[in-house]
Design a protein around this ligand. Sequence first.
Ligand code: SAH
Length: 229
Amino acid sequence: MISSDGGRRQPAAAAISDRYERARNRMVETLVDRGIRDEKVLDVMRRIPRHEFVPEPFTDKSYGDHALAIGAEQTISQPYMVAIMTSLCELTPESRVLEIGAGSGYQTAVAAALSKYVYGIERIAELAREAMNRLRKLKITNATIKCFDGTIGWSEHAPYDAILVAAGGPSVPEPLVKQLAVGGRLVVPVGTEKSQTLVRVTRTGSGIVEEEFGGCIFVKLIGRYGFDK
Ligand code: SAH
């Protein structure tokens, strides 16, 4: 487990010192320059070896502030979006998190370092398998990734304190709102196939509150409560 809580847990990656350490620090400086102020998130991103989540030919590009191809026509999200979305989820060591669109598993690893457990879903089997292998290699034991359509949620483990959707859909998937705990936050890009708005839905005791956090571009959320294909 990669810990960010001042050493209460045994941080597997705390002492990571590899040839990408400087690149990782520069990546975090860029995030700060772009306005990210969430120290907990910045701290975790300073430690998680993003290059382990990127296919071989692109490892040297893994710390640039951009998305990169991970195969199956999908991408690992841009560090800036990972930072914003994680920050909007307001994770704590008690949080139980659902992630839809686990892709490379990088966002899963970042969320896992800040929460109790992450249930990840990825619709492409090959990506789900590779992502799970990366988590195992990094000894991240408080996250799992399964392969199915995440737009229906994962009712077995509901309700969730946070739900993070890393693919853009035509609307907020209704089953996900239902699987939020009271006080829980759902962060999801909503819009067309070409551009979306980052939306946060918070479940309150009496209903839901919806907030918008600007434009973004994600790959398509495909499924029963997403795009058809
Ligand atoms: N957070 C990931 C982002 C991967 S891109 C990363 O940084 O690596 C988004 C992923 O969402 C893709 O891998 C895509 O296959 C997946 N996806 C799209 N629709 C989905 C659905 N309905 N359920 C689960 N995964 C989905």
